[in-house]
Every structure is written in C-alpha cells, then in structure tokens.
Design a binder for this molecule. Sequence first.
Ligand code: PEP
Length: 257
Amino acid sequence: MSRSPRQTVIAGNWKMYKTSATAKSYVDKLVPLVADAKPLVYLSVAFPLIPFLSQAAQGTNIVIGAQNMHDAEEGAFTGEVSSAMLNDAGAEFVILGHSERRHVFGETSLFVNQKVHRAIKEGLQPMVCIGETQQQREQGLTEKIVKEQLLESLDGITANQLETVIIAYEPVWAIGTGLTATPEQAQISHAFCRDVIRSAWGFEAADVLPILYGGSVKPDNVRHIMEQEDVDGVLVGGASLEADSFAQIVNYQTLKG
Ligand code: PEP
C-alpha cells in the first residue's frame, strides 16, 4: 500500500533526566550520528535545558521541545511555565497530556485541550499523547478511551490547525515497563485513531496527521513498529537517554532484523 506524504518523526522524551553537562555531551555525540537521517528528529527536554539545547541544535536537524506547559497566558501559577516562556527559551514543540501528566499529576483531557489551544496560538507544535491503561485494555475499553481522549483533547481545533498537531498513541501499560504493543496492536490503534480524526475533521486532515507510537520502543523493536501503515514515528523515553540507542532508533531503516 502506498503511504501518504506524512512526515516521519522520531522523538525522544528525556523526562526529568540530565543536566547541562550531560545534555551537552549527549548532543555532541548525537549530532553527527543523525545528521543524514530522513526522519525529523525531536528531543523533548526539561525546561532548564531548553535555552542551551535550542542554541546547540541550531544548524542541525534536531528540534528541541518541552514536556509540558500551563494553559494560561500568564498568572499566579507557582511552579508553572507558559507557552510564551517556552517560545522565548527556544522550544519549537511541546508534549501535552503525556500519560505521566495524566496519571501522576491528574491532568484531564479538558486541561490538555486548553493547553493545545494555547500552544497553537503561541506557534508551538503540540504533540498530544493519548492511550489506555492495562485495565482499560483488559476491559475492552481501548477504543472508547482513545476516542474520548482524542476528541476531548482536540475539541475546537480546526482542520487547518490540526495540520500543526502530532498525536502520540502511548498505551500506558507499555510506557517504561519494557512491555511493547505488538506491531499489529499498534497498527490497530493507530488506524482507529486515524478513523476518529477522519470522521471528525475529514479525509485530508486525517491523511497528513502524524501519529507516533510510544511505549518501550528500543533499537531492536523499532523497525517492525515503523513498518506499520499508520505508524508515522515513535516517541521514545528510556531508550532516548543514550545518544547511541536514540541514534539507532532514528536511523531505524539501516538496522537489521
Ligand atoms: C515516554 O515517555 O513517552 C515513553 C514512551 O517512555 P518509554 O519509551 O521508556 O516507554
């Protein structure tokens, strides 16, 4: 089957790891390893690292982003960071609704939706995460949950605005657990997400929307996941922490097996 012209995105999520010294040696190592990569290379890092890394990434094919933000323009929200601050720091995209935000910090799809609107207004590319828990999958609720999260998180977004959005389907049970969805499971969920988008925003919007898979992606499983028709990239946590393994994932087409 021919693939539509969706961009392939390989994104790393460093979570709450690394300081400027370890980030610097990582980037020095990563830049030459991914310089000829065909996919877009995204790195989502902790707030304090954004100014340094966005400078270091200038003139390279690495795009630096954030892992979260607040939905308000500004205000008395101690400990929070706004979209304007991210822009100012040099971030180009922002992960919103990551499962750790939803499940550890209790963020709802409504809150995520407000952040998506704010990010788009600010010119930041939102990478919106969705995914079911183990229990929800076992109860046969995967499609219901994924559909609800998609429609609620993207409520009020126009088809034009959707062109700037990336979706990351990340089954919660596969994040940081070593359990990966099989390529077939990933494909079924991705195709379902695309159907939901198609019904709500139309064929064109669904066709160009990149849907990434996330959940224990490693150099040894990335190829089969990337072979799936509706998988347009991966969001990688643990295996993005080492430049070598992240570079192997970015260069997945050259991996054997
Ligand atoms: C993530 O943090 O989005 C993620 C998918 O983590 P991991 O690759 O470690 O499962």
